[in-house]
Design a protein around this ligand. Structure first.
Ligand code: AP5
Length: 185
């Protein structure tokens, strides 16, 4: 199955993708994870992305698409995939559509996790304390939420028009939400 997971920062995309990956036996592709690994490894890509990510802004479309094209060249995606963190704006949604069209691997379901802002803020504050992720401080979180509303939310309509969108309430226990997603697929 070929799935795109959509939702605001802290909505649980990464958490659910990790579980869905096991359930569906397909790879989990997280652009945020790929970028954080590049930052940690100090690669040229990581050096370019580091400050942008820490501020809560989006890394350039060109860099992220290049990264994704490389990932989609590997054989395991033929089985399907769970894409988490991409697309983040309409230009990325169109680029993904074109890329997956060329590869004959179109998105079958776009799953939007709906979570109230107060819950998002609580989860990200909890992770800031537990893990100290560079972009979980209050200023970066505020910017990430603004970027989400401004640039990423329109992507929901894009998939709605394609007829592939399903919306899932993203509050409750991790297991409950997983079962809702599986039922919606
Ligand atoms: P990215 O890594 O994609 O971060 P994000 O979208 O801000 O999402 P998060 O990882 O914060 O949240 P999530 O929805 O995955 O939730 P999670 O499961 O972690 O992107 C980071 C940055 O990279 C971007 O800001 C940008 O700079 C760059 N980037 C990435 N992709 C890009 C792109 N395509 N283009 C340009 N730039 C890009 O959960 C959050 C917390 O909540 C965790 O602590 C978790 O344990 C907890 N939690 C989850 N579910 C529950 C639950 N049901 N109950 C209680 N707690 C829960």
């Amino acid at each position: 199955m070929r799935i795109v997971l959509l939702g605001a920062p802290g909505s649980g995309k990464g958490t659910q993708a990790t579980l869905l990956k096991q359930r569906l036996a397909v790879p989990h592709i997280s652009t945020g994870e790929i970028l954080r690994a590049a930052v940690a490894a100090g690669t040229p890509l990581g050096l370019q992305a580091k400050a942008v990510m820490a501020s809560g802004a989006l890394v350039s479309d060109e860099i992220v698409l290049g990264m994704l094209e490389e990932r989609f060249r590997t054989d395991d995606v033929q089985r399907g995939f769970i894409l988490d963190g991409y697309p983040r704006n309409l230009a990325q949604a169109r680029a993904l559509d074109a890329l997956l069209g060329r590869l004959q691997l179109p998105v079958q379901r776009a799953v939007q996790l709906d979570v109230a802002e107060a819950t998002l803020l609580g989860r990200l504050a909890g992770r800031a304390q537990a893990e100290g992720r560079a972009d979980d401080n209050p200023e970066a979180v505020a910017h990430r939420l603004h970027v989400y509303t401004d640039q990423t939310a329109p992507v929901i309509d894009f998939y709605q028009r394609r007829g592939t969108l399903v919306r899932v309430p993203g509050e409750g226990s991790v297991e409950e939400i997983l079962e809702r997603i599986v039922a919606a697929l």
